[in-house]
Design a protein around this ligand. Structure first.
Ligand code: CA2
Length: 151
């Protein structure tokens, strides 16, 4: 398994850096992925970084993570606010889960204040832009180590 952290990105995040930079920043998802790999390497960990516009594909990846990852970081994008399927899949893995958003969803429309992920996440991070991915990797690695009885 090694120390692999699965980082999942939901619908439309493939558009990062191309539209709405005032909300989501000018960084592309490919650039964020590169930052994640570099940061994980410094920690002696790995990341498996994925994006899908399809809810079922995200569910499949969460189910598979049980055998391949030590923790999940998830920016479920719009599915955050709608998906019972992602809620159930994350709950079933038993892995540490960090919910992540680029924007501060609580400063935005009220429909973004409801999350189906938060109640099955160990922690929630939002509003730190692309740097949030680095913070989330640190958190996920620490939670996994704590659970495994390491310091
Ligand atoms: O702030 C976040 O990371 C979000 O998860 C992003 C989602 C949004 O539905 C959540 O409420 C908060 C939207 C991702 C769409 O990303 C785009 C990027 C560039 C252009 C258009 C959409």
């Amino acid at each position: 398994m090694s120390d692999t952290i699965l980082i999942l990105n939901g619908p439309n995040l493939n558009l990062l850096g191309t539209r709405e930079p005032e909300i989501y920043g000018a960084t592309t998802l490919a650039n964020i992925e590169a930052r994640c790999h570099a940061h994980a390497e410094k920690l002696g960990a790995k990341v498996d970084f994925r994006q899908s516009n399809t809810e079922g594909e995200l569910v499949d990846w969460i189910q598979q993570a049980r055998d391949t990852a030590i923790a999940i970081v998830i920016n479920a994008a719009a599915y955050t606010h709608t998906s019972v399927a992602l809620h159930d899949a994350l709950k079933a893995t038993g892995l540490p889960v960090v919910e992540l958003h680029l924007s501060n969803v609580y400063k935005r429309e009220s429909f973004r204040h409801k999350s189906f992920i938060s109640s099955v996440a160990d922690g929630v991070m939002c509003g730190f832009g692309a740097h949030g991915y680095v913070l989330a990797i640190d958190a996920a690695k620490q939670i996994a180590a704590d659970r495994a009885g390491k310091t």
